[in-house]
Write a new protein. Structure first.
Length: 266
């Protein structure tokens, strides 16, 4: 093992150990938290946001077996167990702090869960098509779009409990974008530039298509904050900004190499 590989391995271990500890700490703080009491949704609000919340709860809940299997294999090859431990913490946060909370809110409001969805099935199929970096790129598309969806959902109802749930998820999604950016940057350092550029191009197409599908399926909620053109333009701008940040983090000596949760919060 040469000195360059020793340094990059040490840096990535420190970065993902920090993420793993961060996810563990958040789970201890919020994992057993119950929904606070609150009023029922008005019937117009329930009709507008209920099906949309159910669809998002379906998307947030996933065992992500393929994602975690690829994560475990990469961590073993690189002798970096923290990479996989952080990935497990991320999936646990999606399942417990997001999906379970949304499902609990739906149950309280009498909103039926969604057990199947063509959009969710296609998205998961696309996510599983490639390697670990590709899986993260597809997940990153969802995280970026969630940053547009949840603020709109917050405006779609005056229910204080739903607004509190949205506030938590909005903050979490910002961290998830930073985590996936670190994850992709780490994986890209071990891939050829040709593969990286191919994945970047296809991911941009997937992102654009996903943004359109999201608008079509959740337009009643998204229209509380956007019209389509401003929504799509903001989505593309956010995707481009995150893509630039990943490029910076991909360079081991770049200004954003080794970003940790604490550094992201600052």
């Amino acid at each position: 093992m040469n000195l360059f590989h020793q340094r990059t391995t040490r840096d990535q271990s420190e970065t993902f150990r920090a993420w793993s500890d961060h996810f563990d700490r958040k789970f201890r703080e919020r994992g057993a938290r119950a929904l606070p009491p609150g009023p029922p949704l008005s019937e117009p609000d329930r009709q507008r946001v209920g099906p949309s919340i159910a669809e998002f709860a379906r998307g947030e809940s996933s065992e992500a077996r393929d994602f975690l299997a690829k994560s475990k294999a990469f961590a073993a090859r690189q002798a970096c167990p923290a990479f996989h431990e952080a990935s497990v913490g991320f999936i646990r946060e999606e399942n417990v702090l997001h999906a379970r909370v949304l499902l609990a809110y739906m149950e309280r409001q009498g909103v039926a869960p969604v057990f199947s969805s063509w959009a969710d099935a296609v998205f998961r199929w696309i996510r599983n098509l490639g390697d670990a970096a590709w899986s993260s790129r597809v997940l990153l598309c969802a995280e970026i779009l969630a940053q547009l969806y949840y603020p709109a959902l917050r405006l779609a109802s005056a229910c204080p409990v739903l607004r509190a749930v949205c506030d938590d998820v909005i903050a979490d999604e910002s961290e998830h974008i930073a985590f996936q950016s670190d994850r992709i940057a780490c994986l890209d350092r071990h891939a050829s530039l040709v593969i990286v550029r191919e994945q970047q191009l296809v991911a941009a197409v997937v992102f654009g298509a996903t943004a359109v599908v999201l608008w079509w399926g959740h337009r009643d909620v998204l229209r509380c904050r956007f019209r389509f053109v401003p929504y799509f333009c903001e989505a593309v701008e956010r995707f481009a900004r995150v893509s630039r940040q990943i490029e910076e983090r991909r360079e081991p000596e770049g200004p954003a190499a080794g970003v940790t949760p604490a550094a992201h919060a600052s």
